[in-house]
Design a binder for this molecule. Structure first.
Ligand code: FPP
Length: 248
């Protein structure tokens, strides 16, 4: 049996991991720093996490970087997060491209400053043929907003009611053609979904840790994958071991 560096057998490594990178603000406040220092430390950690994701053999990573609700934060924090996104693209794009990472965006791009839209589109275009890791950046993203957007498009396309299926709705999501997340990791201990991938998370497994995002390291990531590898995913059915016993 082939093992990845996770010690998790390759067939038990989740195909798609999604992350709610929470706790940057508290991480900063604990150190007597401004909240934006937490987001900067969180950005440094994101770079490490992306590298580990490639090493672990996970194929899709979705990160929650800015929600449709985050506009309600103090203006200097919103401005800081917008600058971080641009800075990440300016400084990391070439390296990410070399590492075979394909960048995608989920959320309402049109709600962002035109300069940011341009940078995001340029990053998507440059990396579109990469296939080592698909990195979905949820920015100006909300799960309910995504569903509203999908319903509007379905109606505009004149799809008859009887043709609307699970699979069709999935195709109208920002994540069209991306498998649903197998594992969602949330840092900082909050037990909430926070409007993240609410359609796609129907059967995702969760790993919630009290660690603040800037401190979520490779060891803990490995631990999350190991925890996932031991889960019995039943999708509302019964365990396969139980079925074997019944049929015996
Ligand atoms: C939640 O922590 C975190 C965010 C709203 C932003 C996450 C952003 C990064 C990790 C930077 C990387 C960004 C990009 C654009 C690639 P919080 O501020 O809610 O923390 P708190 O709950 O402790 O206040």
């Amino acid at each position: 049996m082939s093992d990845t560096p996770t010690t998790v057998p390759i067939e038990r490594v989740p195909q798609h991991v999604a992350m709610i990178m929470d706790g940057n603000g508290r991480w900063a406040i604990q150190r007597g720093l401004p909240r934006l220092a937490g987001h900067k430390a969180g950005t440094e950690n994101l770079r490490r996490v992306i590298r580990s994701t490639v090493e672990f053999g996970v194929k899709y990573l979705t990160i929650y970087a800015f929600s449709t609700e985050n506009w309600g934060r103090p203006p200097e924090e919103v401005k800081g997060l917008m600058l971080i996104l641009q800075d990440v693209i300016d400084r990391e794009l070439s390296e990410l491209n070399k590492e075979g990472v394909q960048l995608r965006h989920i959320g309402r791009l049109e709600g962002l400053d035109p300069r940011i839209q341009k940078k995001v589109l340029k990053a998507i275009e440059l990396t579109k043929n990469n296939d080592r890791l698909i990195l979905n950046v949820a920015f100006n993203y909300g799960g309910r907003d995504e569903i509203v957007c999908a319903i509007q498009k379905i109606i505009k396309d004149g799809i008859p009611a009887e043709d609307i299926t699970d699979a069709l709705v999935s195709k109208y999501m920002f994540t069209a053609n991306v498998p649903d997340p197998d594992l969602i990791i949330r840092t900082s201990g909050e037990l909430r979904v926070s409007n993240f991938l609410i359609w796609q998370a129907a059967y995702s497994e969760w790993y919630i840790t009290p660690t603040f995002w800037p401190d979520f390291d490779k060891e803990e990531y490995r631990h999350a994958l190991e925890s996932f590898a031991h889960r019995d995913r039943r999708y509302g059915k019964v365990a396969s071991s139980e079925l074997q016993e019944t049929n015996a």
